[in-house]
Design a protein around this ligand. Structure first.
Ligand code: PGA
Length: 236
């Protein structure tokens, strides 16, 4: 059985009390999660991380934490930015290159690559979103960091058109998902972990995760509700 990676992307949602309530409900659902079989990574806004980490550690909830972005710079005079070293006591992972950051915050391919490097230098795992294969082509032409660290990166094929944006679900065609997730491995030239993101929900998760080259999903809207999220982790 392949190991499943489920990443929750909470985007700009939830207050500290709401995050505590989510964790309480999630814990109450009492899932059997063996880390060898399933890796659950929740990426909340930065402000929720210290409280969530304290609860997860205290109650031994089988969840890892990640950020939704990271600075492309090291520590220093970069007002407002959170560096990989700033975050490393709280998280193990970080989403980088999400299409919302590209579209709304004008993030470039060069910056995404710098972010990946900052994370790897600080022993954090990049969850690298790839909207289309041109982005990956650019990274591979620019630098060998993705190839040399392929086993330390989680790749996500996430076409922007499939993202729910909090509205209706309209996932990408499974055939297209399988082709593109397979293509990522082929372009890297190594065995890599590839996830799919965009409108994953309790109704389609099982079928999507069974696709040959898909090792799990990046879940936005459906991760905000602990019960829905649970049904994605353990589909009926
Ligand atoms: P969605 O978001 O699951 O709400 O489509 C996924 C994402 O943007 O990472």
């Amino acid at each position: 059985m392949k190991k499943l990676f489920i990443v929750a992307n909470w985007k700009s949602n939830k207050t500290i009390p709401e995050a505590k309530e989510w964790l309480e409900k999630f814990e109450g659902l009492d899932l059997e999660i063996t880390p060898e079989e399933k890796e659950i990574i929740v990426c909340p806004p930065f402000t929720l991380l210290p409280d969530m980490k304290a609860i997860i550690d205290e109650k031994k909830i089988p969840i890892k934490l990640g950020t939704q972005d990271i600075s492309p710079y090291i520590d220093g005079a970069y007002t407002g930015a959170i560096s990989a070293r700033n975050a490393k006591d709280l998280v193990t992972h970080a989403i980088v290159g999400h299409s919302e950051r590209r579209r709304l915050f004008h993030e470039t391919d060069e910056e995404v690559l710098s972010k990946v490097k900052q994370l790897l230098e600080n022993s954090l795992t990049p969850i690298l979103c790839i909207s289309d294969m041109n982005q990956l082509e650019f990274y591979l032409k620019e630098d060998d960091v993705l190839v040399t660290n392929a086993d330390k990166i989680v790749f996500v094929f996430e076409p922007p058109s499939a993202i729910s944006g909090g509205g209706a679900f309209h996932a990408e065609d499974p055939q297209v998902i399988n082709t593109n997730t397979s293509e990522i491995g082929k372009m890297i030239g190594k065995t890599v972990t590839t996830l799919y993101g965009g409108s994953v929900n309790p109704d389609n998760a099982k079928a999507l995760f069974e696709l040959e080259h898909v090792a799990g999903g990046l879940i936005g809207q459906a991760s905000l509700d602990p019960e829905k999220f649970t049904h994605i982790i353990t589909p009926a």
